[in-house]
Design a protein around this ligand. Structure first.
Ligand code: MG
Length: 134
């Protein structure tokens, strides 16, 4: 039996509409402004990070086999994603377009032939304030 993921059935736009309907039904549109949503994304990301605090990779791997721990991870990941979808909705950002464009930009920035198996290049660490992320 093939287990289908809901991810294979719903589009990002459909999820965005579900999130926005939830917000509208509660008359919460007034709270969903870009700055407030960006803060909420960070807060939820911190809640996700807290589940890993002080634990080794091995401990986390074991814990991921526990249903209660995995559920907590799933909930925080959902919280982050819900705020990302809300942000995209209120700003009119086309998430799929943004993601595809960013992957293409990253592919140019980190060419396979230079970065295969490496997250960074030796001697390429910038520690001064002129560092610019992209
Ligand atoms: Mg949360």
């Amino acid at each position: 039996m093939i287990k289908m993921k809901l991810d294979d059935e719903l589009t990002i736009s459909q999820l965005e509409e579900k999130v926005w309907k939830f917000i509208e039904n509660r008359n919460w549109e007034k709270y969903h402004k870009p700055k407030d949503i960006a803060e909420s994304i960070c807060i939820e990301a911190a809640e996700l990070l807290e589940l890993f605090q002080w634990r080794s990779h091995e401990e986390v791997e074991k814990l991921m086999g526990r249903e209660d721990y995995r559920n907590r991870i799933e909930e925080e990941l959902a919280d982050i994603t819900i705020y990302i979808l809300s942000f995209a909705k209120v700003t009119g950002i086309d998430l799929s377009k943004s993601i595809i464009e960013k992957i293409e930009k990253n592919a140019k920035k980190y060419p396979v032939e230079k970065y295969y198996g490496k997250a960074y290049l030796e001697g390429n660490i910038k520690l001064d304030s002129t560092y610019q992320s992209s």
